[in-house]
Design a protein around this ligand. Structure first.
Ligand code: PLP
Length: 447
């Protein structure tokens, strides 16, 4: 058994860790990270690692970016806190909203929170408020997807379609329904093409809307590419088949861009890459490069008009968070968006994505790999004991592979038995080579 360091002992005695098996942690101790620079982080023992997950899919500009740090410092000096309640405002919030709107011309207004979960919580409240405003109080049900990930607050965790987010928490709440996961490799019928699979899923969605009653269904929420559910890229023609169903029944389309936003998929936003036409969009993570907790919800003109008018009628728009639109977060967001453009991060992603995807797919024939997949700078290796079979004890092999890679100086995330890749988007060809170098050896060493 590992002897825990002083720091690890302090850690287990003081913290309840998110998404962690608390019993195992007592035996292994936490991996304490101390600093970061570029695509690397260094732990408390002074060992350096490539951070192949950009933290939690958020540090798209890497660590230690002086411009982002300066933007935070300057804003803290000038105005460390202010809010947007009751008609107050500040320039960083206005500036960032304008820049978001420039990137998404179909969006009219931006509302801020601190996290992705809060963004999606806001989305659902807006969908309900909007339908009350339109005199349709029955139109409140929300459809999300099995394996979708939308956060952990009560409503956003209910939207999330993953077992651990519901198990033992008495979730999901009412009014939230889950439609099928669009993972072609695992879910398609034998011989079913991607297009036929997409058409079947759109027909299923329509059946669900009809069964629930179209007058009761308010919104459909989806990540353009599922992230925490295992990096699941939708099959060909998926959103092209889904969108007409939403239009037919007047169902809002919420794009959860918390991971996909800001160049990650090889376009500014995942919905642009995958032909999804959202009525509203959730953003977080790479909005500030992960340097400050900030999320944003953008809504289209129709929603903005209805919400504004209704708030006038009932007296107020009664929603908002103390730290929503925090000046430091917004200043860092403005700096991040500036960097994405000035340093042509989108162009860089587009220039290296083919090499990244080729490397991911080069493991497809390894005996431990069921499927190798990805898009842009997102990738995954789904491990399996053979074909589409699942391991008897889900998650064990994935965790062993991730631990093996740590020995080789690479941090990646095992989502159950799927190894996810989401490196900082600033990663160079040489650093990509370094990140992939130990994968084969680590796969060979993992049983
Ligand atoms: N939505 C998506 C697509 C996410 O990936 C996440 C987090 O990973 C969230 C929402 C929740 O964000 P947060 O952890 O900031 O609450």
């Amino acid at each position: 058994m590992t002897v825990l360091t002083n720091m690890q002992t302090r850690d287990v005695e003081a913290l309840l860790h998110p998404y962690t098996n608390a019993v195992t942690l007592r035996q292994t101790g936490a991996h304490v990270i101390e600093s970061g620079e570029g695509v690397y982080v260094t732990d408390a023992d002074g060992k350096r690692y490539i951070e192949g997950m950009a933290g939690l899919w958020c540090c798209g500009l890497g660590f230690g970016d002086a411009e982002l740090v300066d933007a935070a410092k300057q804003q803290l000096d000038k105005l460390p806190y202010y809010h947007l309640f009751g008609g107050r405002s500040h320039e960083p919030a206005i500036e960032l909203a304008e820049r978001i709107k420039d990137l998404m011309p179909s969006m009219a207004r931006v509302f801020y929170q601190s996290s992705g979960s809060e963004a999606n919580e806001t989305q659902i409240k807006l969908a309900w408020y909007y339908n009350n405003a339109r005199g349709r109080p029955e139109k409140k049900k929300i459809i999300s997807r099995v394996r979708g990930y939308h956060g952990v607050s009560i409503v956003s965790a209910s939207l999330t379609g993953l077992p651990y987010n519901h198990k033992s928490f008495d979730l999901p709440v009412d009014r939230i329904h889950h439609t099928s996961n669009p993972h072609h490799w695992r879910e398609a019928h034998e011989g079913e093409s991607e297009r036929d699979f997409s058409a079947r899923l759109a027909a299923e969605l329509e059946e669900m809307i009809l069964a629930e009653g179209p007058d009761t269904v308010a919104a459909f929420i989806a990540e353009p590419v599922m992230g925490a559910g295992g990096v699941i890229v939708p099959p060909e023609g998926y959103f092209e088949a889904i969108m007409p169903v939403l239009h037919k029944y007047d169902v809002l389309c919420i794009a959860d861009e918390v991971i996909c936003g800001f160049a990650r998929t090889g376009e500014w936003f995942g919905h642009q890459k995958l032909n999804m036409q959202p009525t509203s969009v959730s953003m977080a993570k790479q909005l500030t490069g992960g340097y400050a907790p900030l999320s944003a919800v953008a809504i289209n003109q129709d929603m903005a008009d209805a919400i504004e008018a209704h708030s006038g009628e009932i007296g107020i728009f009664g929603h908002g968070f103390t730290y929503g639109g925090h000046p430091m977060g917004c200043a860092v967001g403005v700096a991040a968006l500036d960097i994405y453009k000035r340093r042509n991060i989108l162009g860089h992603v587009q220039s290296i994505e083919a090499g990244f995807q080729r490397r991911i797919r080069s493991y497809a024939d390894h005996p431990l790999v069921g499927e190798a997949r990805g898009i842009g700078l997102l990738g995954a290796l789904e491990l399996s004991p053979g074909g589409k079979a699942m391991f008897d004890q889900p998650g064990k092999v994935g965790a062993r592979l991730a631990a093996e890679l740590v020995k080789h100086g690479v941090i990646l995330r095992a989502i159950g038995d799927t190894l996810a890749f989401c490196p900082p988007m600033t990663i160079t060809e040489d650093e990509l080579e370094e990140m992939f170098a130990p994968i084969e050896t680590a796969l060979d060493a993992t049983h």
